[in-house]
Design a protein around this ligand. Structure first.
Ligand SMILES: [Zn+2]
Length: 188
């Protein structure tokens, strides 16, 4: 951020009075531009013994597989966002079963939230952001070609929980070592 979106003047990255961290503050009008994490909402659509994955048609991770999901919009609930993203990316009709997994990715200022969902029919298709949409059994999951860590983790949890048929909510933080780029997922 360089310029104030209220008055167009220059921003300084400073600690405002009565605050404890640096913010973008307008030199002229004094407006403080707060920046907060973004929420990514998605679903784990289930049909019989299969889950629905989308092959990404967009960067990042073009060509890799993911669960349907994306940035929450202003004015919608997490439920609405998850259903909308599932419609947009997989043209899939789902019924949400409940919050299933939540990941804190503090290194990129994101929170990822997945709902377990019933896929209501087989009228799914690749949306504009997907190359392909397919149902996979556990054996068929392309584990080496999954786009994002929260998706790999959510799929692993699901196949574990399915053996007991109990699906509690899981939450974790994902840490990335800045030097080695190795990731670590710690469940709370
Ligand atoms: Zn300003």
């Amino acid at each position: 951020m360089n310029f104030c979106n209220l008055c167009g003047n220059k921003l300084n990255f400073i600690i405002p009075e009565d605050d404890d961290r640096e913010r973008f503050v307008c030199e002229d009008c004094g407006h403080i531009h707060y920046q907060n994490p973004r929420i990514i909402v998605g679903t784990l659509p289930i049909y019989e013994d299969k889950v629905l994955l989308c092959k990404r048609a967009i960067e990042p991770r073009h060509g890799l597989w993911t669960l349907p999901g994306g940035f929450m919009e202003n004015g919608e609930s997490t439920h609405e966002g998850a259903i909308r993203e599932t419609q947009e990316e997989a043209c899939a009709n789902v019924e949400l079963l409940g919050i299933y997994s939540l990941y804190n990715l503090a290194h990129i200022n994101q929170v990822h939230l997945f709902f377990r969902a019933n896929l209501l029919d087989l009228n799914y298709a690749a949306g504009i952001e997907s190359l392909e949409v397919e149902l996979f059994t556990e054996d068929q999951i392309p584990w080496q070609e999954i786009a994002f860590i929260p998706v790999t983790e959510t799929l692993k949890l699901y196949f574990q929980d399915r053996t007991h048929n109990i699906f509690p909510m899981h939450s974790a933080e994902i840490l990335i070592d800045p030097n080695t780029k190795k990731s670590e997922t710690n469940y709370y």
